[in-house]
Design a binder for this molecule. Structure first.
Ligand SMILES: [Fe+2]
Length: 365
């Protein structure tokens, strides 16, 4: 550690810097390490970038902030949609750790290269409402979350078929096939010493992508769910409208039926003008019990779509590869991995239950 304090006082609060420091320490950021903080001019949370900068100084690391013009449109995915500037890739190559704050390199060859080199990279891109809340209220590490997520990913990697059901009528079978679709483990921080090279602050959970054309059934969004801001903007959190029924055939949404909510959804999908928007991309189950305690009490921090992916027991369906992608969160879900039930009405059961994992029940307040 440097013998003199290094202060970077722009728009930062002690509480936020403290949370950022906890995240950086959990990510095993070392004294003398080069940390690239990559951001863009359209990211309105520069106080968070600055807080990470100060936190890195506190640890004795060498942070660099690189702000570029935005090089993606929010919600756009795909190789053609995202052109990563050369200077950004150069900064990534020169750094020991990379944090993306309001920039996005999903589905690009640059991300493939980052992962191939096993460079620790951390992606923090949730909504303006929730980012500060997540950093200050649920800083990692949090052992129960890591234990359940690791166990879930191990199970998920072995299974070939996933099933979702809800009381509202969702009954969806999603195939992972033999090609061993990609699994993602997210706990909100990186663990390079365990070989993990990628994590996201906007998800704590277990995720899997699907075998193409493998999903079939019904998917029903009902009042109380969090089906993205497309409809939330009209109805607020959580969704209060009438049921939206998606028919899924051979991996694609083929019909969206219902009332006003369905109409909004249909319009949104049609606006992309691409068949690829209708392809089911991935599933997910949230694994953070801390958010479960709070999310109904403090709805202002947002649980819709991506922001809700941390919450223990909520099930996620990610739809669309390109040009669009959205994540819908559902309540009251039950989930099977092959024929083994792992979630029963939002509660982890069987091999992922508290008892099976040796997790103590949280004390009631
Ligand atoms: Fe997603």
């Amino acid at each position: 550690m440097s013998s003199y304090p290094r202060l970077y006082p722009y728009e930062i609060s002690n509480q936020l810097v403290k949370g950022c420091r906890q995240i950086l320490k959990a990510c095993e950021l070392k004294e003398g390490s080069k940390l690239a903080l990559l951001t863009a001019t359209n990211y309105r949370q520069q106080h968070i970038v600055n807080s990470y900068y100060q936190a890195a100084l506190d640890i004795g690391a060498e942070p660099t902030i690189l702000m570029t013009e935005p090089y993606q449109v929010p919600g756009l995915f795909g190789k053609d949609a995202i052109k990563v500037p050369k200077i950004v890739e150069a900064a990534i190559q020169a750094a020991d750790y990379v944090f993306f704050l309001g920039t996005n390199i999903f589905y690009t060859p640059v991300l493939d290269r980052v992962k191939a080199e096993k460079k620790p990279a951390y992606f923090a891109y949730n909504s303006e409402a929730s980012t500060e809340w997540l950093i200050t209220h649920y800083p990692p590490p949090y052992e129960p979350l890591v234990i359940r997520t690791d166990a879930g990913i191990e199970l998920l990697s072995k299974c070939t078929e996933i099933r979702y059901t809800t009381p509202a009528g969702t009954d969806l079978v999603m195939g992972k096939g033999r090609r061993n679709a990609r699994q993602d483990r997210e706990v909100g921080f990186l663990e390079p010493s365990k070989g993990h090279t990628w994590d996201i602050l906007a998800g704590a959970g277990i995720y899997s992508f699907f075998e193409p054309e493998s999903c079939n059934g019904k998917y029903v969004i009902t009042a109380g769910d969090y089906p993205t801001q497309i409809v939330d903007r009209e109805t607020g959190f959580p969704y209060t409208g009438d049921d939206i029924t998606f028919t899924i055939k051979d991996g694609k949404i083929t019909k969206i039926e219902g009332g006003v909510g369905a109409k909004l959804m249909r319009r949104w999908f049609e606006a992309w003008n691409s068949e690829k928007s209708y392809i089911l991309a991935h599933m997910g189950i949230g694994t953070d019990p801390r958010q479960r305690r709070d999310f109904e009490k403090y709805p202002f921090y947002g649980v819709s779509g991506w922001d809700g992916e941390w919450i223990e027991g909520l099930i996620c369906l990610g739809v669309g590869y390109e040009p669009s992608h959205l994540d819908m969160m559902q309540r009251n879900g039950s989930v099977w991995f092959d024929n083994e039930k792992v979630l029963d009405n939002e509660k982890f059961v069987g091999p992922l239950s508290d008892e099976a994992l040796g997790l103590k029940k949280p004390r009631k307040k």
